[in-house]
Design a protein around this ligand. Structure first.
Ligand code: ADP
Ligand code: MG
Length: 724
């Protein structure tokens, strides 16, 4: 009998060598193996006869190899295979098919899957997938054969450079399922299984691999059979359970109950440079209500670029400061920290708040002095980059931490960060005040701000541990940005347009794709800057900004641009985050096809911040990929960050959505955040229901079993993590 936790090498047919290949695929236990699901299914119940194949359709066919050979055309080698059923014959071709040269022997039985095309009036399969059937010992063939034909057959991705074929997985997984212990623990409470009509864990496992007779192929491909739904739900349910538990743990801790009296309200009103939007009011209300409660706030403020998050953050800061606490505001880059610092001084300093900026580029002496102010409590609002505030700062009385994260963190990274920041001020209290040790030390509130709207499904998983406030309304007086696509052969017109806008008193950004500040790319950007400043727009004030410049210089350039003394700013993506110059009305993006969708949207958010009409010109040079076309189209079509985020998620998948595969994002075995939104919502609700039990539906034992299973899963997904 195999247990889920048994190492794979004890499965019949897998030795130590093969288990190594599997380990590279992340398959170590029997449980991993049986969760290696087919990526599609092939209907081999009634495979088609050659004569029945439909043009333009995907066809499945089982036939005998007749002849094969490699042909060289002028452009590429083409491998040609002819298969037959009785008298009927069919040609299959593979472009660049040299690798297939010695693959087929006449008389072999092959299963083929591919699109039926017409070539000189004859149907043929082009680049079909194939599987050679019945290659093994005669003795095994009979038993194995029933897994190959006469049924719906699971197709697996091969592994180990093709060494472990789909056919191999079919057999091995079949073995594993056969020997798997019949009593898999049922970790989803019975009431939930019943309501959602979920089959048992074991039945579901069988049926995702080996569909029951008569199962709809369409349901299988779209992962909507009861077995699939069970597997997907299970995966989402345990993630949501962990997140929900984390949320509740936070609420069980001791926090600071800030007071929101008339004096504090007055202080907030005093700073307001304009009427807050309805969304800003609502968000502040939610934040203020959290802050008044005696447990730590963990809230996400989500809003499109330009929706006015900064103002809300400052209002929250005032609540903490007026209560005698300090506030830390952490930005992802130095430029953005500076930007926040400028705004804070403009908006908060008139009320007499003491604000400091702590950046890496300051001189050591100055840094030390600032740290002293923070440690003594005389600095009330501390603005800096994540790195700076994270480790070296000792707050006298931390009350609120604002993380402007620009979605660079996943669940795990964030929870580490929060732990650290929440503790940063407490070390001193803990060691310095031994007399009151029995009292728990209150944790600071945390407000996370994120610039790109996050599709709801992602928010539910990525930020499932946070409460969410959304700014879904733009400040008044904005005119929507007009976005156009232009091939770079028309650049003269584009520069003429920039000139006209500048003549009208506005400013322009020209963005060049230097994404990781690489030397070679930077060179191209600098060349382009030279070209613009010397030849194309010699009479305008043109400056350049990139990530490798000295911080002082960067700051100076930003200030001059803000003051309107620079008219055209040539820049790399360093301006992507947070820069706020309402007088800038044009953005020209060079090689727009090289940027990601979310990134272009972020960039574009730098304009359209004032009352004047703004223009975004997406220049493309050379050939644009199909996905590139879709990205650019989407930007031309809409300014709605949520729509763009949804499309971005669809185009790139959740892992890539955040730039790189982030450690904090669960990678799902079965579920898809795009396909399974509905199930995710249900899973979240049910996870919350379980934690509010026991009741007449869910027993204490069921809760314990669910939590136990959840911990095992989290352990596997995130490594060493404490939940619960
Ligand atoms: P983001 O959400 O991208 O951080 P900001 O906080 O930088 O947005 O705000 C964008 C611009 O909108 C800023 O120039 C800010 O001063 C302005 N703004 C914010 N709230 C309002 C409001 N209620 N009315 C008018 N302008 C506002
Ligand atoms: Mg901002």
């Amino acid at each position: 009998m195999l247990e889920p936790s048994t190492p794979v090498q004890f499965v019949k047919g897998i030795g130590p060598k093969l288990s190594e290949i599997l380990a590279n695929k992340g398959i170590q236990t029997v449980d991993d193996l049986v969760h290696y699901l087919p990526f599609r299914y092939e209907d081999r119940q009634n495979p088609r006869g050659i004569a029945e194949l439909q043009l333009g359709e995907m066809g499945t066919l089982i036939a005998e190899v007749r002849t094969s050979g490699l042909f060289r055309t002028r452009r590429m080698p083409i491998f040609q295979l002819t298969v037959g059923q009785g008298r009927n014959r069919l040609k299959c071709i593979w472009f660049n098919g040299s690798y297939l040269r010695d693959k087929f022997q006449p008389g072999q039985l092959v299963a083929l899957y591919g699109k039926v095309d017409l070539n000189r009036g004859e149907p043929q399969l082009v680049n079909p997938e194939f599987e050679i059937l019945g290659e093994e010992d005669k003795a095994e063939e009979k038993a194995a054969e029933s897994l190959e034909v006469g049924r719906i057959v699971p197709i697996y991705e091969s592994a180990g450079q093709g060494k472990l074929t789909s056919r191999w997985f079919r057999k091995i997984i079949h073995n594993a399922l056969k020997d798997l212990t019949p009593d898999l623990p049922e970790a989803i409470p019975a009431a939930i299984c019943k309501r959602l009509n979920l089959p048992s864990a074991r039945k579901a496992l069988w049926e995702v691999h080996w569909p029951i007779e008569g199962e709809s192929l369409l349901d299988l491909q779209s992962r909507r059979t009861p077995a699939h739904i069970r597997m997907i739900f299970e995966e989402l349910f345990f993630i949501e359970l962990g997140l929900e538990l984390k949320r509740r743990e936070q609420k069980a801790k001791t926090g600071i109950a800030f007071e929101l009296n008339d004096r504090v309200r007055e202080a907030i009103k005093k700073i307001l440079p304009f009427h807050p939007t309805g969304a800003q009011k609502r968000a502040l209300k939610e934040i203020a209500s959290d802050m008044q409660k005696p447990f730590p706030m963990r809230r996400l403020l989500q809003g499109d670029v330009g929706s006015g998050k900064t103002l809300v953050a400052f209002e929250a800061a005032i609540i903490a400061i007026e209560n005698g606490f300090q506030v830390g505001l952490m930005a992802p880059t130095e430029i953005l920290a500076q930007q926040h610092y400028f705004s804070a001084r403009r908006i908060l300093e008139p009320s007499g708040y003491r604000i400091v900026l702590l950046t890496g580029s300051l001189e050591e002496d100055r840094k030390r002095e600032i740290r002293r102010h923070i440690a003594q409590g005389s600095a009330q609002l501390v603005i800096g980059t994540h790195a700076l505030i994270e480790h070296k700062v000792d707050f006298a009385k931390p009350g609120l931490v604002i993380v402007d994260e620009q979605h660079r963190f996943g669940v795990m990274q964030r929870s580490k960060l929060m732990q650290k920041t929440a503790e940063s001020g407490n070390d001193r209290v803990g060691t310095g005040a031994p007399a009151r040790l029995a009292e728990p030390i209150p944790e600071a509130d945390v407000l996370v701000m994120t610039a790109t709207p996050i599709p709801r499904t992602l928010a539910l998983t990525l930020y499932g541990d946070l409460d969410i406030s959304v700014l879904d309304e733009m400040p008044p007086g904005r005119t929507p940005i007009v976005t156009r696509r232009v091939g770079d052969e028309r650049s003269d017109e584009v520069w003429q347009f920039v000139r006209k806008q500048v003549a009208a008193g506005h400013q322009a950004y020209v963005v060049y794709p230097v994404i990781e500040e690489k030397e070679s790319e930077l060179k191209a950007a600098m060349k382009m800057y030279g070209e613009l400043s010397k030849r194309v727009l010699p009479d305008l004030q043109v400056a350049v900004l990139h990530g490798r410049m000295e911080a002082d210089l960067k700051e100076q350039v930003m200030r001059l641009f803000q003051q309107g003394k620079i008219q055209v700013l040539v820049s790399t993506t360093v301006i992507e985050v947070g820069v706020d110059v309402p007088n800038a009305t044009v953005m020209v993006v060079e090689h727009a096809e090289r940027f990601g969708l979310a990134q272009l949207h972020q960039l574009r958010g730098r304009i359209g911040r004032g009352a004047a009409k703004s223009y975004c010109v997406l220049m493309t040079g050379g050939k644009v990929s199909e996905d590139g076309e879709r990205r650019l189209d989407a930007l031309v079509r809409t300014n709605d960050g949520f729509q763009i985020a949804e499309l971005d998620l669809e185009l790139r998948g959740p892992g890539e959505f955040f730039g790189t595969r982030q450690a904090g994002l669960p990678s799902f075995q079965v579920a898809s955040l795009i396909r399974d939104r509905d199930l995710l919502e249900i899973a979240k609700k049910d996870a919350a229901a379980v934690l509010s039990a026991p009741n007449s539906e869910i027993s204490q034992t069921e809760i314990e079993r669910a939590l136990w299973q959840m911990r095992t899963r989290w352990q596997k997904t995130y490594g060493l993590v404490e939940v619960g």
